[in-house]
Design a protein around this ligand. Structure first.
Ligand SMILES: Nc1ncnc2c1ncn2[C@@H]1O[C@H](COP(=O)(O)OP(=O)(O)OP(=O)(O)O)[C@@H](O)[C@H]1O
Ligand SMILES: [Mg+2]
Length: 264
């Protein structure tokens, strides 16, 4: 199947169901969704509506039950090595050091030892963990582990980032630092980003477009262009009138969606 546009990621009538103890659970869709190259899209929706499933299918870790997932116009039929994926669950290797964990994507790509070590060092500096290269994951706080995972995602410089609630567990201050860092990376390199979050303010702060999914099986309930300029500064943006007005507008939209859902 050919792409109908120049989208980086395309979902055409995709649905996903799981079979569990003989019963079928409809997890997602059908949904159709396009993400343009260099676009930052936030995916928002209630727990269990299929957000992680959407990322898993984009990464080629799961196949849709129906419909097609395209990446650069080509159906995703195997693990998609073009994306960096920061999964919702912590997948650090406990027996490896911080540096050893961050090096994994480069090892898979066959980078030589010296080049690899330098690139890993840079990635750890960028997330503020240069002094923890030799530590094991068990010796780190939850927030630090998250930053190691972030460094591991960025280390191989993928052009597309899939991020599943990457900052949810961080304290408010660190969350802002990491959000700003991600915005700076995005601003400089214009990666395509599909970013899952529960946090409406975070979605607006970061994204060009917010896509709201309804309760399971998730379908696109609303899509919202974020009319805020770039570059953005998360520290000052939260107090700006345009941001607060937009947050209110999106809340109202979501509230009416929730009310409609309950009425059905
Ligand atoms: N591998 C799997 N096997 C069986 N069911 C699954 C599997 N993965 C997901 N599901 C089910 O599919 C539905 C959607 O799951 P998913 O993890 O995509 O939700 P989510 O929107 O990411 O939720 P959360 O916000 O809680 O992370 C849920 O009902 C979940 O139980
Ligand atoms: Mg999830």
């Amino acid at each position: 199947m050919q792409a109908t546009s120049s989208a980086k990621i395309e979902f055409h009538d995709v649905h996903k169901s799981f079979r569990r103890s003989g019963a079928v659970v409809e997890a997602l869709g059908p949904i159709s969704l396009q993400v343009r190259p260099g676009e930052f899209v936030a995916l928002l929706g209630p727990s269990g509506c299929g957000k992680s499933t959407t990322l898993n299918m984009t990464a080629g870790l799961m196949r849709p039950s129906g419909g097609t997932v395209l990446f650069d116009g080509v159906p995703v039929t195997q693990v998609n090595t073009r994306v960096g994926y920061l999964t919702q669950r912590d997948t650090l290797l406990p027996w490896r050091s911080v540096a050893g964990n961050v090096a994994v994507p480069l090892e898979i790509q066959g980078w030589s030892g010296a080049r690899r070590a330098e690139r890993v060092r840079q990635a750890l500096v960028s997330v503020g963990l240069a002094d923890f290269a030799a530590h094991r994951p068990a010796e780190l706080s939850g927030g630090m582990r998250r930053r190691v995972a972030l460094a591991r995602m960025l280390v191989s410089a993928p052009d597309t980032l899939l991020m599943d609630e990457p900052f949810g567990a961080l304290d408010a201050q660190l969350k802002m630092v990491m959000q700003q860092q991600l915005l700076d990376v995005w601003q400089a390199e214009r990666k395509t980003v599909l970013f899952v979050t529960h946090d409406l303010a975070e979605a607006l702060m970061l994204a060009d477009r917010v896509v709201v999914l309804g309760a399971r099986p998730g379908r696109v309930k609303a899509a919202f262009e974020v009319a805020l300029g770039r570059p953005r500064d998360v520290f000052s943006l939260q107090f700006e009138h345009s941001f607060v007005a937009m947050e209110k507008q999106l809340w109202e939209l979501m509230r009416s969606e929730i009310a409609q859902g309950e009425a059905m």
